[in-house]
Design a protein around this ligand. Sequence first.
Ligand SMILES: Nc1ncnc2c1ncn2[C@@H]1O[C@H](COP(=O)(O)OP(=O)(O)OP(=O)(O)O)[C@@H](O)[C@H]1O
Length: 227
Amino acid sequence: MSLTLINVKKQYNNVLLFDHVSLKANPGEIIALKGKSGTGKSTLLNIIAGLEKPSSGEILLNELSFSEKSVHELSRVRREYIGYISQHTPLIPKLTVLDNITIPLHFIKKSEVNKEIMARIDEYAALLEIKNLYDNKIEQLSGGEQQRVGIIRALLHNPNLVVADEPTASLDDETSALVFECFNHLKSKGAIILLSTHHAAIAAKCDSIYLLTPDGLVLESPEISDL
Ligand SMILES: Nc1ncnc2c1ncn2[C@@H]1O[C@H](COP(=O)(O)OP(=O)(O)OP(=O)(O)O)[C@@H](O)[C@H]1O
């Protein structure tokens, strides 16, 4: 599945945040989005995840156009194809790690955790080193552990597009590297991963790095001459 952005523009109350944001991402690409605080990275990622509408412009997943979809249809597209990772995943403190991870299954009327889904949870939990925490309550976990629970929950349905807003912000270098391993795993299955980050080391591992400016995306790496 490919992702195409065409001239995406966003303004709030007539104040322009960005315009002319265009991008083509192919299956198996990991793309980093950089930019000064307040340039609109989270806003752009929310738009790409179908959580917010652009002021104008087009977002396409293959041929599927977001602008032609109602809010209801967009939420179905999100559930099916998109994994959204935010800095502060809403988790339920009194429930266990495993219960929190499997919450989305209730929305797709598939409350049973079947073998395939459990194998996927095990795989990511092993990669992120939280397999021993399944029965712990969220309120007993550190911030970094909670972040990893949110990441597994976002990947439960094997998304074709992963949108991650500073996924390693609350993590140390070693744990950040584990998260990147997860992204590499998804990449090998053909997913597109689009992440915002202030960490140079994380951006350097991505296939390409774009800087978000008020006038669109500027390719920072690979440099044009490398292409
Ligand atoms: N619903 C909204 N209404 C009005 N302004 C908003 C709204 N949401 C975001 N903004 C403004 O848009 C700007 C960009 O916010 P955004 O969170 O997208 O930036 P960012 O680049 O992700 O920042 P950071 O790196 O600090 O997380 C901010 O000035 C913010 O106040």
